[in-house]
Write a protein that binds this ligand. Structure first.
Ligand code: SAH
Ligand code: DHB
Ligand code: MG
Length: 247
């Protein structure tokens, strides 16, 4: 019997949870090794990005940045739309910010929103060390407070949502408002180890993500799908949306 069927049968049983953990651990090691294979070939080692992670770790920031191949995915997607104006929600130590800023067409700019002053301080230093301070504009404060102030600075060609999942649907609504037809909106962490389908899980983060799915299901202005990912960060996923209507 497959894992999902067993979990569906008794989602709360401790006996049933154990095999899942074992399988996840084993899978996780392999996924991390495969990420390494990909990165060794396709994501050249980079002293600036390595330093950004080192200083983030030294400062005690949580290690929840995108992985290197995911960072490159963000860069590739932003390059694909020729992004000149990028908005990021959730900066942490600036690792994904650096990937995004490197995708900018000449004269372009990343605006990145971060609520935690400590994170913002480390990110600012990392972005400066990457030589990108002139292209990255960090706004300190809760994203829901900053977003209404951005109307005059858009529309954004590419928006990356990676802050508190509790507000994922709220951020997505703002992202659509700040977009144009053809803008891409990417949201991180939309699977959360499968908790999205765990009926017993009513944590605010998971409920926030479900609200995002429901919102988009009823939103005619965007075309979106979600993809599960495995890798060094375990089992999670990205949602990718293109805006199909003028705002
Ligand atoms: N994009 C980063 C990871 C972001 S982690 C990377 O891949 O490198 C999530 C970040 O969102 C954290 O730094 C956290 O402080 C920030 N955050 C959480 N709630 C927020 C809010 N309400 N407004 C703005 N930022 C928030
Ligand atoms: C968490 C947050 C993230 O943005 C992420 O990519 C992974 C984990 C977290 O809050 O645990
Ligand atoms: Mg994330």
């Amino acid at each position: 019997m497959g894992l999902v069927e067993r979990l569906d049968f008794r989602p709360n049983s401790k006996q049933e949870a154990r095999p899942k953990q074992r399988q996840d651990k084993k899978g996780h090691r392999k996924w991390a090794e495969i990420d390494r294979y990909i990165v060794d070939r396709l994501v050249p080692s980079d002293p600036v990005l390595d330093a950004a992670l080192r200083t983030s770790q030294a400062a005690g920031l949580p290690p929840i940045n995108v992985s290197s191949n995911q960072g490159k995915l963000l860069m590739v997607l932003a390059q694909a739309v020729g992004a000149r104006a990028i908005l990021e929600i959730g900066t942490l130590g600036g690792f994904s910010t650096i990937w995004l800023a490197r995708a900018l067409t000449p004269g372009g700019r990343v605006i990145t929103l971060e609520a935690n002053p400590m994170h913002a301080k480390i990110a600012r230093a990392n972005v400066a060390h990457a030589g990108l301070a002139d292209r990255v504009d960090m706004r300190l404060g809760k994203a829901l407070d900053s977003l209404p102030t951005l109307a005059g600075e858009g529309p954004f060609d590419f928006i990356y949502i990676d802050a508190d999942q509790e507000n994922a649907a709220n951020y997505f609504q703002w992202a659509v408002k700040l977009s144009r037809r053809g803008s891409l909106i990417v949201t991180d962490n939309v699977i959360r180890h499968g908790s999205i389908i765990d009926a017993e899980n009513c944590k605010p983060a998971v409920q926030g993500l479900r609200r995002l799915y429901d919102l988009v299901a009823a939103e005619p202005k965007v075309s979106m799908t979600a993809l599960q990912t495995v890798g060094s960060k375990g089992h999670d996923g990205f949602a990718i949306a293109v805006v199909t209507a003028d705002q």
